[in-house]
Design a protein around this ligand. Structure first.
Ligand code: GAP
Length: 484
């Protein structure tokens, strides 16, 4: 029966093969220059650092820096608001470690695998379906491709490698104490279906949402945050009466694409990829990926799946507890179908960051032009909402600027900067993605107004120094910039 789960794997393989072939068609360089710039900006501005960098790093793991953690939190907060600030969805936060039977029921123990091959010569390990682009693992063969080693018969046969991280509960490390770091957050929702339904008095159609870490021991990590070993998911499982599933599937598909669009991702950079019938997981009646056009090619950022009654049926079978719902009104008993929306928080982060990055020509104070790097993040996602500058460090300007900063700080993340020419300070904030810069100048001393400069248009307007909090609140609520 578990062999059915292979289709989950087939799906992974199909997608990576598709990505590899689309990359080939477009003749993408191994590391895109834009991607390199984004990785470099991420480090320079404190968005993302390599994990354990002073020890040489740990492959497939990344740390979010001071600005990165704010962006990530803002993405998750926007998702949480969109998904749970409604009467038909409840939130939970399940533990990462779960009873090992959960992963037997879900099929992950038997089948959550990737095909793996080893090079007998250099001992490097590759995903069998991703050899095409991979470089040889030995520094002795610089520039050589792994396919060449494969053609020379240096590879072992493909073996299935389980992607779940295994550990032990308690002091004894034997088979009875094995547990896994969850490879998806979804199962924590399924096993709490009855608890949530009775505690919150919900009835189908209703959903349960969760944001949390997931872990996969990916054979090949790649493309910055795209495929990592530790990442965060934002998943929602919507329980519906069989027969109403197609309608809900279509509803959630639209809602989820719209969420990315409302937060500023360009329409032409997003697309749906429908899983062909022969590539669908056996339990899935229908499945769409939302893909983003990354510098290295189209890649999945979220999956929307009609999972039928598979999950609850499996947990019913393995736990021995009935997970059916009895509808008092119609006197019908049924196992709800599940419509899943499964987004990667880290992949969404990368899509928002990539989409926001741009370089453009901008005028300088002396009438020339220079290239400015801008992170045009939606103001709701921007890590810092405003920066406050005194034009010069005298005549009482720093004091006024400090008092404005103090007024804003309880409400929004704000940055105070008095170092360097004001033009440089604007550029630093453009690169950090800060939507508004507030400058105290000589006119401020006379009439207590300040200039507010908007990041994208670079337009400036004068605003009362005493009304900067209201000004930011109006703009950030989306009411005035029309971006809601
Ligand atoms: N519960 C269904 C599920 O987990 P999935 O397509 O395997 O489905 C859902 O994963 C989302 O999780 C993906 O769309 C992606 O955004 C994110 N994701 C999956 N594996 C990842 C990895 N190794 N690194 C970063 N994000 C990943």
């Amino acid at each position: 029966m578990l062999a059915d789960e292979r289709s989950y794997q087939e799906r992974r393989i199909a997608i990576s093969a598709e990505q590899a072939s689309s990359k080939k068609k477009e003749a993408q360089p191994a590391v895109s220059p834009v991607m390199e710039k984004i990785v470099s900006l991420s480090k320079r501005r404190g968005y993302v650092f390599q994990s354990s960098e002073i020890y040489g790093g740990l492959n497939g793991c990344w740390d979010y820096g001071p600005l990165g953690v704010e962006l990530l939190r803002n993405i998750k907060e926007q998702w949480w608001q969109a998904m749970t600030y409604r009467e038909d969805i409840e939130g939970i936060d399940a533990s990462i470690l779960m009873h090992p039977r959960v992963w037997e029921a879900s099929g992950h123990v038997a089948n959550f695998t990737d095909p793996m091959v080893d090079c007998k010569e250099c001992k490097a390990r590759f995903r069998a379906d991703q050899i095409e682009d991979a470089p040889c693992g030995s520094p002795a063969y610089k520039g050589r491709k792994a396919v060449k080693c494969q053609a020379e018969g240096k590879f072992t046969d493909a073996r299935q490698f389980n992607l779940m991280f295994k550990t032990f509960v308690g002091p004894v490390e034997d088979s009875t104490s094995v547990v896994y770091l969850r490879p998806e957050t979804a199962q924590g929702i399924y096993v709490n279906f009855l608890n949530v339904m009775s505690a919150s008095r919900q009835r189908p159609p209703f959903g349960i949402a969760q944001i949390g870490k997931a872990f996969r021991n990916e054979i090949n990590t790649k493309n910055f945050l795209f495929r990592t070993r530790e990442f965060e998911q934002m998943e929602m499982q919507f329980f519906v009466k069989p027969g109403s599933d197609e309608q809900w599937f279509s509803y959630w598909k639209d809602q989820r694409l719209d969420w990315f669009l409302r937060l500023g991702i360009r329409k032409e950079k997003l697309r749906f990829h429908r899983h062909e019938a022969d590539k669908l997981a056996h339990y899935a009646k229908d499945a769409f990926d939302i893909e983003y056009d990354f510098p290295f090619g189209w890649g999945e950022i979220e999956g929307i799946h009609n999972r039928t009654d598979y999950d609850l049926s499996r947990h019913e079978e393995f736990s021995g507890k009935s997970l059916k719902y009895f509808d008092e009104q119609s006197k019908e008993k049924y196992t709800p179908f599940i419509i899943e929306t499964s987004a990667g928080a880290s992949r969404s982060f990368m899509a928002f960051l990539t989409d926001a990055y741009r370089e453009e020509e901008a005028p300088t104070a002396d009438g020339k032009t220079e290239t400015r790097v801008v992170l045009g993040l939606h103001p709701k996602l921007a890590p810092l909402k405003a920066a406050v500058f005194p034009l010069v460090n005298r005549d009482g300007m720093p004091e006024i600027a400090r008092s404005i900063e103090a007024a804003i700080r309880p409400h929004f993340r704000v940055f105070y900067d008095e170092s360097g020419a004001v033009g440089r300070r604007y550029r630093r904030q453009d690169e950090a993605g800060t939507p508004y810069c507030i400058t105290v100048d000589s006119q401020s001393l006379e009439d207590r107004t300040v200039t507010v400069r908007e990041r994208d248009s670079m337009r400036q307007e004068r605003v009362s120094a005493d009304r900067t909090v209201e000004y930011l609140r109006d703009r950030l609520s989306g009411a005035l910039d029309g971006r809601q």
